[in-house]
Design a protein around this ligand. Structure first.
Ligand code: UDP
Ligand code: MG
Length: 340
């Protein structure tokens, strides 16, 4: 039996919320109800990711009663950044991340804690409902996970999202990663630690609709691929090299043909078609190079990943937070990270 069985850990639950005024109250009440049964030491941190509705007011009203801290962003920065801010403001020995919309069932918390007690440092929930999703999401996620596993050195478990438990060690490791293009699924996998998945079926959203449109999902997948692998660059080089080789062979053929057979047939359509093809391929790969350059540019600017406008603690103290940059605490440079 590990020491974790005798310990009453402090659990911090972080909840990113964007326009969730209608759902957040129920979600936090539900979470608090379950946490109370698990440990005497718990708190909740809600990150209001620049909501345009009453989310912040609803959370402030809950704060005292439900031991909830509100971290309010100055605008919408996106879920990945909301989670990062949550991790930075979490004080627990264990941190658990859950959505504000009620899709993540609090019933799983006990199971996650049990796995932690068994010695796992990260316990992630794996969704089991892919077959009821749209064709776009199903195929999109299949292609994405296949591409990631082919291209990177990291192994991202398919269908595991942000609903997960993390030990303090994992949280500290996550916070030590300095990059601003934060693709959390990749970062969770990159830090390693003893991890295990547990199956779950997401519940229906209690209010409103998912904010992740097709375009946003494609953008997120592309950030994931470009942040964690240089596969597109390698593919570009490989295709470039193959085309150059084919062109070389063709060049030899043309010369031999001219010298020995003197049958030079004017091949106007071939010339135009191949020129257009090569021009297209070149533009495409310049674009891919540009994508990586843009990421390097983002990192070099050194801007903070997000701006916190307000932190309201449960005891009522309000602090206007300083803008905070995720400073490098390790020796991994963004360039090194890009090559991983
Ligand atoms: N969210 C956020 N910032 C955003 C978009 C979403 O903090 O820019 C939060 C949202 O409030 C919810 C969670 O991220 O708690 C998941 O979002 P959503 O339900 O829209 O996505 P899905 O369930 O489709 O993954
Ligand atoms: Mg949702």
């Amino acid at each position: 039996m590990t020491a974790r069985y005798t310990q009453n850990p402090h659990i911090t639950l972080i909840v990113p919320a964007f326009n969730e005024a209608a759902a957040i109250s129920n979600t936090v009440v539900n979470i608090a109800h379950h946490l109370e049964q698990l440990t005497p030491n718990w708190d909740v941190v809600v990150i209001d990711d620049g909501s345009l509705d009453q989310t912040a007011n609803v959370v402030r009203a809950l704060a005292k009663e439900l031991n909830t801290t509100l971290v309010r962003f100055s605008r919408n920065f996106g879920k990945e950044y909301a989670i990062t801010a949550g991790l930075e403001n979490a004080s627990g020995d264990i941190v658990i991340c859950m959505d504000a919309d009620g899709q993540h069932s609090s019933e799983l918390l006990a199971q996650m804690l049990e796995k932690w007690r068994e010695g796992y440092d990260m316990v992630y929930a794996v969704r089991q409902d892919r077959e009821v999703e749209s064709q776009f999401k199903r195929w999109g996620s299949k292609i994405f996970y296949r591409a990631m596993s082919l291209s990177g050195q990291i192994n991202i478990p398919p269908d595991a999202g942000d609903f997960r438990l993390m030990d303090r060690q994992v949280v500290n490791a996550l916070l030590s990663l300095p990059e601003r293009n934060r693709f959390m699924k990749g970062i969770y996998a990159w830090v390693g630690y003893k991890s295990i998945g547990i199956p779950y079926f997401p519940l229906e959203r209690t209010h409103g609709e998912s904010t992740f449109s097709k375009l946003k999902l494609i953008q997120l997948a592309w950030t994931g691929i470009t942040s964690f692998s240089v596969m597109p660059l390698r593919l570009a080089s490989a295709l470039g090299a193959s085309l150059a080789f084919i062109a070389f062979i063709y060049g030899i053929y043309v010369v031999v043909d001219r010298l020995f057979f003197a049958e030079s047939v004017p091949g106007w359509p071939t010339v135009v078609a191949s020129m257009m093809f090569f021009a297209g391929v070149q533009l495409l790969f310049i674009g891919i190079l540009g994508e990586y350059l843009a990421r390097v540019y983002d990192e070099v600017k050194g801007r903070p990943s997000y701006i916190v406008a307000e932190i309201s603690k449960p005891h009522g103290a309000k602090t206007a937070s300083k803008p905070r940059a995720s400073k490098a605490k390790t020796s991994v440079t963004p360039e090194q990270d890009l090559l991983i």
